[in-house]
Design a binder for this molecule. Structure first.
Ligand code: GRF
Length: 195
């Protein structure tokens, strides 16, 4: 099974996914990194891991459709089966959603539907929440709104600050995302056998 990861920033989840493919936790390989920020650290990680990456600047396209069509051409050429968004800071449009129905996953650092958006960890912390966590869901046309596949709770202790909470949430992310990707791969493989 061929996986593409989409990311815009640091890329710790990208790295965890690649590592899980090497360890056999994920029965598949990361064939492609799609990135929309030319200076993102995730590009360094891809280079080190030997994963091909493609950087696209959405602004240089006349429409989102054209931007996504260009990406789709690459995904199809690489025979990508599954897409994992990992800190990809864009809304996915109909071009990709139609081509990959229920095959685009996203990870969010909060227990959705609580605290969607860019700052899930900080928002939960500043709100004084007792619990937060990690959600993995199918991507739809909304922001952090698709059907939920898996969630794991992270307790916010009185001794936590934003930095320690971030660390705890990321630790869960790096373990949970690979296991969910693997269960989606198992599903996809079964579906392929039935066709
Ligand atoms: C993660 O917290 C993820 O849940 C969110 O963006 C962050 C990306 O972190 N969608 P990284 O780039 O994988 O380190």
């Amino acid at each position: 099974m061929n996986i593409a990861v989409f990311a815009s920033g640091n890329g710790s989840n990208f790295e965890a996914i690649v590592e899980a493919t090497k360890q056999g936790i994920i029965e598949g390989q990361v064939e492609l990194l799609i990135c929309d920020q030319k200076n993102a650290y995730v590009l360094e990680r891809a280079k080190k891991a030997g994963v091909p990456s493609a950087v696209f600047s959405p602004k240089s396209f006349n429409s989102k459709e054209l931007y996504e069509q260009e990406i789709l051409d690459l995904l199809q050429a690489a025979q990508i089966d599954l897409i994992a968004l990992a800190g990809y800071m864009r809304i996915v449009g109909p071009t990709l959603l139609t081509a990959y129905p229920e095959k685009i996953l996203n990870i969010h650092p909060a227990l959705l539907p609580a605290y969607p958006g860019r700052n899930g960890i900080r928002d939960a912390y500043e709100d004084g929440a007792v619990n937060t966590g990690v959600t993995i869901h199918y991507v739809d046309e909304g922001i952090d709104s698709g059907p939920i596949i898996a969630q794991e709770l992270v307790r916010i202790e009185i001794t936590d600050n934003v930095a320690t909470l971030e660390e705890k949430v990321h630790r869960v992310e790096h373990r949970l995302y690979p296991t969910v990707i693997q269960s989606e791969i198992v599903k996809l493989r079964k579906a392929k056998q039935h066709n």
